[in-house]
Design a protein around this ligand. Structure first.
Ligand code: F6P
Length: 455
């Protein structure tokens, strides 16, 4: 069987076999579940001295080949184009998007740099699976070097409609480069449709079923919704309930209901509206004062990007304001934690919480929504309150679906979830678990790799 080579911007320093956070690392670990290979990308370090060297570390199932970035490449490519231009664009946030030609140039430069350092490690029959928005044009660079390997691309974020994509001057270059991959995978049908719409309307291309032809090249364009291993998560949650941390959390709640939110501190996650809707809940439904707690776990990320520093300040102000307004000597309304926890610890926290509150303004998939559901106690499950703009909403129809721009609607959603009778909760939980078991993480990998092998 041919070797699998996974390329992503960040190669997480995960310990094999242990739980690790983040959609991308979940995906990559799964990618190597049945195939041996190599994971290539940035080691997360910035180094300015001397020529860049790739370090290869052998692991049990796959090797990691990583390299540092120079300060200039980090600024232009990672902070600049990837996270100040593409990230907001892909999350429909043109008001936050910043653009500079120097950053676009940096993006091309780093994709070329990765291609140059990856090429010598490749064998002719390797299958190459490229992940996420940092590497839209990597396939083009590998082709320019004469490589003929099969290459697939999977986008973890949303993909916006053509008129929004056009706000970025490189829109045509990006779509053209996507067609250097044999398979272009998205999280949802909606994202795939947006690319196909671009192909039809703006590139004069054609679409037949899931095969699209544009710029003289044909690729398979399809949705592959990423998922989790629901039964493993359920087991982890059950086990976690016997841990000290879970016991401490239960004790500290003293019988109060818990609403939980977990995400990277990112403006796309809608945390400010989430806090505001919770404030409304305490104002308009005073019976919740002293009997409900919101625990928001939000580890800081991308701190070199201005918009991330701003949202952090906003949230600190809001949490302080809400706590100052409502707290009593024996109750704090919001527990706001800027740190991360391992997935097995979170599984216990999810099971303890009566409500999983997942309200991104826009999200590729959102695995926390799926993990929350899978962590529930089947005989007394909690309720998922989910944004209609998370990719997961296309599958999790048993959630209380809310519009994350409508604070009053979110407040109502919370109140419905907190008061939901047991029978309804069980029914919703069972229908969502059935969906999760049908399309689990293994299925996601199998479907993508089959598409790539058959391309
Ligand atoms: O949400 C997209 C994503 O790639 C996640 O899968 C991953 O956990 C996160 O971003 C990592 O972001 P960064 O590399 O910027 O820290």
């Amino acid at each position: 069987m041919s070797r699998l080579v996974v390329v992503s911007n960040r190669v997480a320093p995960v310990e094999e076999g242990k739980a690790s956070a983040g959609g991308l690392s979940v995906a990559v670990e799964e990618a190597f579940a049945k195939t041996e290979g190599l994971w290539f990308g940035w080691n997360g370090k910035i180094e300015n001295n001397g020529p860049i060297r790739v370090t290869v570390e052998e692991g049990k199932r796959f090797a990691r080949a990583t390299m540092p970035l120079s300060r200039k490449d980090y600024n232009d490519f990672y902070v600049g184009y990837a996270n100040s231009t593409l990230w907001p664009l892909l999350h429909y946030r043109l008001n936050v998007m910043q653009y500079s030609r120097a950053h676009a140039e940096g993006y091309r430069r780093v994709n070329e740099l990765y291609a140059n350092h990856l090429a010598p490690l490749l064998r002719p029959d390797d299958l190459i699976w490229v992940h996420d928005y940092h590497l839209f044009v990597l396939g083009r660079e590998l082709k320019r070097m004469g490589l003929e390997n099969r290459m697939g691309f999977f986008l973890h974020t949303p993909f916006p409609p053509p008129d929004m994509l056009r706000a970025c001057s490189e829109h045509e270059e990006i779509v053209r480069a996507l067609f250097d991959y044999d398979v272009i995978g998205f999280q949802t049908e909606n994202d795939a449709r947006n690319l196909l719409e671009y192909v039809r309307r703006l590139s004069g291309g054609t679409v037949r079923g899931n095969r699209a032809t544009a710029f003289g090249k044909t690729a398979r364009v399809q949705a592959f919704p990423i998922s989790i291993r629901p039964d493993e998560m359920a087991e982890a949650a059950e086990k976690a309930m016997r841990s000290n941390r879970a016991r401490q959390l239960v004790r500290s709640l003293g019988g109060k209901q818990l609403i939980i939110g977990v995400e990277r501190l990112d403006y796309s996650k809608g945390l400010d509206k989430r806090f505001a809707s919770y404030e409304r809940l305490l104002t308009n439904y005073p019976e919740n004062r002293g009997s409900v707690t919101l625990m928001q776990i939000a580890p800081p990320s991308r701190g070199d990007v201005q918009s991330y520093r701003e949202i952090r300040q906003v949230l600190e102000g809001m949490a302080g304001h809400i706590n100052g307004q409502f707290a009593e000597f024996d109750w704090v309304p919001i527990r706001y934690l800027n740190k991360s926890y391992r997935r097995d610890v979170l599984a216990g926290f999810f099971r303890i919480a009566q409500v999983g509150y997942v309200t991104p303004l826009r999200d590729g998939m959102n695995l926390v929504a799926k993990e929350y559901v899978a962590s529930q106690d089947p005989v007394d499950p909690g309720v998922l309150v989910l944004s209609e703009f998370a990719g997961a909403a296309a599958e999790l129809d048993g959630a209380v679906i809310v519009n994350p721009f409508d604070e009053e609607g979110m407040m109502e959603g919370l109140q419905t979830a907190l008061r939901m009778p047991l029978g309804d909760r069980i029914e919703r939980y069972q229908s969502m678990m059935a969906v999760l078991r049908k399309n689990d993480l293994q299925n996601w990998r199998r479907r993508f790799l089959e598409a790539l092998r058959g391309a």
